[in-house]
Design a protein around this ligand. Structure first.
Ligand SMILES: *[C@@H]1O[C@H](CO)[C@@H](O)[C@H](O)[C@H]1NC(C)=O
Ligand SMILES: *[C@@H]1O[C@H](CO)[C@@H](O)[C@H](O)[C@H]1NC(C)=O
Ligand SMILES: *[C@@H]1O[C@H](CO)[C@@H](O)[C@H](O)[C@H]1NC(C)=O
Ligand SMILES: *[C@@H]1O[C@H](CO)[C@@H](O)[C@H](O)[C@H]1NC(C)=O
Ligand SMILES: *[C@@H]1O[C@H](CO)[C@@H](O)[C@H](O)[C@H]1NC(C)=O
Ligand SMILES: *[C@@H]1O[C@H](CO)[C@@H](O)[C@H](O)[C@H]1NC(C)=O
Length: 526
């Protein structure tokens, strides 16, 4: 309980802008990997201002609409469930595009800000006189085929069903606006947008369902499913302060060395330094040190020096008011400084009053965390996709990788650390550790080989998910007029947000060129 309460507090202190735009704190409980999910943008004042000539007044942004969605696109006889969506036609004029976005793996209610011109959707809508829809992804929030998240229900939770949902919605929805039954994809240009997993879904949908969506915008789109995704930490290692990465690497090398040996005095000394003496499993202890690095995912160009990640580096690198040189202070200081920070400042933030084994341990199958099958549990629903389809295990680099690890190698696909969590969540489904066949997904939806017309891909250099996008280092996919690839200095999904374009010129440039592309593409619509 304490954990949840404190994390809520953390949400409030990571306000994305002066208004109610809350940046989701993606750090997850214990050693649970963060999801590739868009930043939350809500609306404080839900009044919707009519710019359109079609109405003087519009329903508030947070008005919920329901669509009867098929439970199983392979067997319509199973009936339908209610899929939630939000809609505005504030900028819409007849002939304009219909812009559709799902926030992906989250309850969509806090994402109504994506209806407005505080995001790329609204910028496109404003320029092109479009209407905007935010739709909740199946198995998240309150859009569930069945009233629980048991393995039996989750049978209908696949990427393909989610893609089929988008098609079926576009073809059948009657939008709550004048002539809302006259704007299907055969009559109006539809634009599919998304960020992170939902950015990938944008690409995958346009590959899988040609001729539904006329254009697309995909931010931080993790198009290539990667089983052993240790490269998640590469953009972090490359872009964090160098003294900090040097010291983190020194500590990790020492921890891995000691934890792989049998000197219990040294092992216990390390556990003690981090305040984790009571923990049973050494991989849980070393794995917990990833959590400080996961805070990188919450950074944006608008984040101040007080952001959690920078507090962490300051704790390691500022000694008696002095910054460490580029090489860091070295192991001794780094170990004790990280230890005190973790024990005294960080632990209460992530675990509250809970014991370490309870909060950070991953071996106790009786914990509610694994057994709770209530709906509206994005961690569980996302893990189902991780375990079955996309992998994306964020672990230490393999032995033969030539990088200096900033994450323990005790957490590795060879040690089954993350696969074991799949078994904890879904024991009936995975008697053995699952190895999702990512090559299936990458063949079916074309991954890095995608070649589409009229889709704009945008990524940030500092995005930890960069190495699964078309801007992965060493991939060299060419940007073309029909499939532009914009790379900014931003972080995760930075280019979805209007404010980041104002503070970071490289993001502003991505916005400008995406808007030019959209304008050109919409002129080509019949
Ligand atoms: C997912 O995990 C995080 C971290 O523990 C937690 O804050 C969040 O509430 C969880 N989501 C749900 C829906 O339980
Ligand atoms: C954003 O939209 C609002 C209407 O919701 C409008 O008043 C405002 O001028 C727009 N902002 C910009 C920068 O165009
Ligand atoms: C060293 O660390 C401090 C504090 O985090 C940071 O401000 C500074 O940029 C770092 N310097 C180098 C050379 O990495
Ligand atoms: C075990 O580790 C302790 C603390 O680091 C050290 O003092 C001791 O020499 C080590 N013992 C052996 C046998 O290496
Ligand atoms: C495992 O979790 C259950 C449920 O929270 C708890 O009652 C039990 O004490 C835990 N066992 C251990 C060994 O921590
Ligand atoms: C490292 O080993 C893995 C198999 O464990 C292999 O797939 C990969 O190609 C190797 N990489 C290098 C750089 O040798």
């Amino acid at each position: 309980m304490a954990v949840l309460r404190l994390l809520e507090l953390a949400f409030i202190t990571t306000c994305f802008s002066l208004t109610s735009a809350l940046l989701r704190n993606e750090r997850l409980r214990g050693n649970i990997m963060p999801m590739p999910v868009m930043p939350v943008i809500g609306v404080e004042d839900t009044t919707s201002y009519a710019v359109t000539s079609l109405a003087d007044e519009l329903p508030p942004y947070d008005t919920v609409y329901y669509f009867d969605q098929l439970i199983d696109h392979n067997d319509p006889s199973l009936g339908t469930f209610q899929q939630r969506y939000w809609h505005t036609y504030e900028f819409y004029e007849p002939g304009g595009p219909i812009i559709l976005m799902t926030p992906g793996e989250a309850n969509a209610a806090p994402y109504t800000g994506y209806l407005t011109n505080r995001t790329i959707n609204g910028l496109i809508a404003q320029q092109e006189h479009g209407s905007v829809i935010i739709i909740e992804h199946r198995f998240y929030g309150l859009s569930n085929p069945y009233p629980d998240l048991t393995v039996a229900s989750l049978r209908y939770h696949t990427i393909q069903q989610a893609i089929d949902d988008l098609e079926y919605f576009a073809k059948n929805v009657v939008l709550p606006m004048p002539n809302g039954d006259q704007v299907g994809p055969d009559k109006a240009p539809w634009i599919l947008t998304g960020g992170s997993y939902s950015g990938a879904l944008t690409s995958w949908t346009m590959v899988n369902k040609p001729n539904i969506f006329w254009a697309g915008y995909a931010s931080s789109a993790v198009v290539e499913a990667i089983f052993d995704f240790w490269r998640y930490f590469e953009p972090i290692r490359q872009n964090m302060p160098q003294n900090c990465s040097a010291d983190v690497a020194a500590v990790i090398a020492y921890v891995d060395d000691v934890f792989s040996g049998d000197n219990t005095t040294a092992i216990n000394a390390i556990k003690d330094i981090f305040g984790l003496s009571e923990m049973i499993h050494l991989d849980d202890v070393a794995g917990s040190l990833r959590i400080n690095l996961w805070d990188w995912q919450s950074l944006q160009p608008t984040s101040g020096a007080g952001a959690q990640f920078f507090e962490f580096c300051d704790a390691l690198e500022v000694k008696d008011g002095e910054n460490a040189p580029q090489a860091g202070w070295g192991l001794d200081h780094a170990l004790s400084a990280w230890g005190s920070y973790f024990k005294d400042d960080y632990y209460p933030l992530i675990c509250g009053d809970d014991g370490a084994e309870d909060c950070l341990g991953t071996y106790n199958a009786s914990q509610d965390f694994w057994t709770n099958t209530d709906i509206d549990n994005d961690n569980r629903s996302w893990m189902w996709i991780v375990c079955n389809e996309v992998g994306f295990y964020q672990d230490g680099p393999p032995r033969n990788a030539t990088v200096t690890p900033i994450v323990t190698r005790l957490v590795n696909v060879e040690t089954f650390y993350d696969q074991r969590q799949c078994q904890m969540y879904f024991p009936e489904a995975f008697p053995d550790p699952p190895f999702p066949d990512t090559s299936d997904i990458n063949t079916l939806y074309e991954g890095w080989d995608v070649s589409l017309d009229r889709i704009f891909f945008a990524t940030g250099i500092r995005d930890p998910w960069r190495e699964a996008t078309l801007s992965a280092q060493g991939l060299n996919v060419q940007s073309t007029d029909e499939m532009p690839i914009g790379l900014s200095d931003g972080f995760h999904c930075s280019d979805l947000l209007t404010t980041t374009g104002a503070v970071d010129a490289t993001v502003g440039k991505v916005h400008a060129s995406a808007l030019v592309s959209m304008s050109a593409w919409l002129k080509e619509w019949k």
